[in-house]
Design a protein around this ligand. Structure first.
Ligand code: SAM
Length: 287
């Protein structure tokens, strides 16, 4: 549905393609063409994209390093009636890219803020990952090194939802190694590479295997890393404090008609411990 562009100033945040130019939406093309000004992360980069779609709206730069001076200037223009579209180099502005601060300033100034939705690497990777999509946390780029990185990693191991990270090819291996150390080699993980581009690839495996693979094969291109959330059995890896509890569980299953071996296997699965541990605990009572 086409809407009439506002006559009072407003801010649009527009998606741009993450690799495939055909992912530019018709609505984004139209509004970018009708706006008074486009605030772009990198004007040289965006000029090429806009030229491709025959868009000739004036461009101004808006990025991490000038946002504190440029943001209020843009807000002033919008308060004076300008329609401004903010774009980043790829995907959604504000997602590991400039844009969020401008949206905040505009909201504070009572300016209407509206999305022009479209490509985004994290969600595109998530929906094709084969991992749970009902709950997920997006972390963008992990802090490169140091205390902040360690502190964040330490909070991840018990998270039950799918975890999503961005990473450059140069740091991919280090990040896989740290995730593996924190979450375990066996945790299911997916490396989504070069989405929407010619060499798009989903490597669905485990953190340990991905690490081995990229140690042998130099990572190339852009990556999203997705990791399965913590499962209940992982979250409770210790033996129950009260062994009787374990025995009762086995006995209950036996009463319901299950053979002892199957009952022990079932209890081991429920408690997230090995069958051998269950067997040894049972031996204490039935030597
Ligand atoms: N704003 C963008 C978005 O909405 O997805 C993210 C920009 S962030 C600066 C760039 C990172 O996003 C890359 O390092 C990579 O992790 C991820 N990314 C961007 N395009 C991608 C693609 N085509 N395939 C895989 N990952 C991509």
């Amino acid at each position: 549905m086409s809407e009439k562009i506002n006559t009072v100033g407003m801010l649009y945040l527009s998606a741009t393609p993450i690799g495939n130019l055909e992912d530019m939406t018709l609505r984004a093309i139209r509004i970018l063409g009708e706006a008074d000004l486009i605030a772009a992360e990198d004007t040289r980069h965006s000029r090429k994209l806009l030229a491709h779609f025959d868009i000739h709206t004036p461009l101004t730069s808006y990025h991490e390093h000038n946002k504190l001076e440029k943001g209020p200037e843009l807000v002033e223009k919008m308060l004076n009636g300008a329609i401004i579209v903010c774009i980043s180099d790829a995907g959604l502005p504000g997602i590991s890219d400039p844009g969020a601060h401008l949206a905040m300033l505009a909201v504070e100034a009572g300016i209407k803020v509206s999305p022009l939705p479209g490509a985004n690497a994290a969600l595109s990777a998530l929906i094709c990952s084969g991992l749970d999509t009902t709950a997920f946390s997006f972390y963008g780029f992990l802090p490169k090194t140091g205390k902040k990185r360690r502190e964040l990693l330490a909070t991840l191991s018990d998270r039950a939802e799918t975890l999503i990270f961005y990473e450059s090819p140069h740091h991919l291996l280090g990040t896989l190694r740290d995730l593996s150390e924190t979450l375990g080699d066996n945790r299911k993980a997916v490396a989504a590479r070069e989405l929407t581009k010619k060499f798009e690839e989903f490597h669905r495996s485990s953190l340990g295997e991905l690490m081995g693979f990229y140690a042998e094969n130099e990572p190339k291109g852009e990556f999203v890393i997705l990791v399965e959330g913590c499962t209940r059995s992982e979250a409770q890896p210790q033996l129950p404090e009260e062994p009787l509890h374990l025995r009762e569980m086995v006995e209950q299953l036996e009463k319901s008609g299950m053979g002892r071996k199957d009952a022990m296997r079932e209890v081991a699965k429920k408690l997230g411990i090995s069958r051998r541990d269950v067997y040894q605990e049972m031996l204490k009572f039935n030597p």
